[in-house]
Design a protein around this ligand. Structure first.
Ligand SMILES: Cc1cc2nc3c(=O)[nH]c(=O)nc-3n(C[C@H](O)[C@H](O)[C@H](O)COP(=O)(O)O)c2cc1C
Length: 224
């Protein structure tokens, strides 16, 4: 595979270009190729043990977008104007607990590991969950899966910015109400999946109202 040919300056420019876009230009749409490119960067994202504990629902149906508004206070303008609107779902305990069928199937069918490696991996994974990370509740397991799904979020937003596409991550929603809606109207099995975030993609309607503000670099990095 060839070495990526993009300068550091261009990468930092993309980070500066990206901002949490409050309102999109509703007349501008991403092509199928563009949204698939963004989703492919989620697909290729790293995850702990490589178990990919996520699912992405692309909500293009107008009625479904309307239904999300009452449960997502951070989203109405984005639901109206974004070209593409994605729900980032993460797996719950029945999917990601060390002895879940999904985990076994990932090792056997996706990674195609030999039986003795699966046995070794299963032991590691159990120790990681029970001993090292103390993932002893359903909430902790969902939060741990969510951490992986947020890596995909970062990658999607960064690659969108590199391609000149705007985005906005959204946690402004009522988790319980949103999940009930996903169960009743979106066909999501909420015993297995929970909603971690929403993210909107499109093209900005206007330049950001405020310049980017960040703490001093020296205040967030310690060199030893
Ligand atoms: C996990 C997460 C959730 C967020 N939720 C919302 C939201 O619900 N609505 C919104 O307008 N912005 C939301 N934001 C955007 C942040 O407010 C924004 O990223 C931050 O203020 C920094 O500004 P910048 O992204 O423009 O650099 C969220 C950001 C993150 C990372």
């Amino acid at each position: 595979m060839s070495t990526p040919n993009i300068s550091k300056k261009e990468i930092i420019n993309a980070f500066k270009f990206r901002h949490a876009t409050k309102e999109f230009d509703a007349t501008k749409k991403l092509s199928d190729e563009e949204i698939k490119f963004i989703l492919e960067t989620a697909h290729l994202s790293p995850s702990s043990f490589g178990f990919e504990p996520w699912h992405f629902v692309v909500v293009q149906d107008k009625e479904l977008r309307e239904m999300l508004k009452p449960v997502a206070w951070g989203a109405p303008v984005k639901l109206d104007t974004a070209s593409h609107f994605i729900l980032g779902l993460s797996m719950k305990a029945p999917m990601v607990k060390h002895d879940a069928d999904y985990i076994m199937s990932m090792m056997k069918d996706v990674k195609q590991l030999p039986a003795e490696v699966i046995e070794m991996y299963s032991k590691f994974y159990r120790e990681f969950q029970e001993r090292d990370f103390n993932l002893d509740s359903d909430q902790k397991l969902f939060d741990w899966a969510s951490k992986q799904t947020y890596i995909a979020l970062g990658n999607m937003m960064t690659s969108a910015a590199l391609a000149g596409i705007d985005s906005c991550p959204i946690e402004g929603f009522h988790q319980e109400k949103a999940e009930a809606l996903l169960r009743d109207k979106f066909g999501v099995d909420t015993d297995k999946y929970g909603l971690s975030y929403m993210v909107a993609f499109g093209y900005r309607k206007a330049e950001p109202e405020f310049p980017k503000s960040r703490r001093n670099f020296e205040d967030i990095v310690t060199w030893k």
